[in-house]
Design a protein around this ligand. Structure first.
Ligand SMILES: [Zn+2]
Ligand SMILES: [Zn+2]
Length: 178
């Protein structure tokens, strides 16, 4: 693999960032990676494919959870490694559907627990993101606390207690990042 063209840096008061290691040409590709995690939003659910996000009139439904929908068998198959664990969670909380951020964080957790870190994690990890918790209002914090509770209920089919989460993973802080 080519050496990276960007590096991570942190500042005392303005957070972290990525900077170029050499002068750049306009339009030069710096880095390409699949996202660590993504999910369709509530409004697009059932309208676009869960994996490639393309809209299609007739989507195929996951026969297990009946929530995830795909444009075809190929996408469904490719999506399975990322969907496998959330599939059980989605199924267990039916007929309710989790808030988008809860489903998304579930996918983040599954990814962070994989043995081989994704390309994006190697460069700029989820753990490097600033949560800015101390800048949040009490209202906002309360909202995140509620999401953290909802998340624990959602994920309990796969993760029964916090010790099974990745080390140094804090649910409340993770929601502030998401
Ligand atoms: Zn698709
Ligand atoms: Zn499913």
């Amino acid at each position: 693999m080519e050496p990276p063209k960007v590096e991570k840096f942190s500042t005392a008061d303005r957070g972290n960032g990525l900077r170029a290691l050499a002068p750049l040409r306009p339009g030069e590709l710096l880095f390409r990676s699949d996202p660590l995690a993504y999910t369709v939003s509530k409004g697009s659910r059932g309208v676009v494919c869960d994996r490639c996000l393309l809209g299609k009139e007739k989507l195929m439904r996951c026969s297990q959870c009946r929530v995830a929908k795909y444009c075809g068998a190929k996408c469904q198959k490719k999506a399975w490694p990322d969907h496998k664990r959330e599939c059980k969670c989605l199924k267990s909380c039916k007929p309710r559907y989790p808030p988008d951020s809860v489903r998304l964080l579930g996918r983040v957790v599954v990814k962070l627990m994989e043995e081989t870190p994704s390309e994006s994690e190697k460069l700029y990890s989820f753990y490097d993101l600033e949560s800015n918790i101390n800048k949040l209002t009490e209202d906002k914090k309360e909202g995140l606390r509620q999401l953290a509770v909802t998340f624990q209920l959602y994920i309990r089919e796969e993760i029964q207690d916090v010790s099974q989460l990745p080390p140094s993973f804090d649910i409340f802080e993770a929601f502030a990042k998401v």
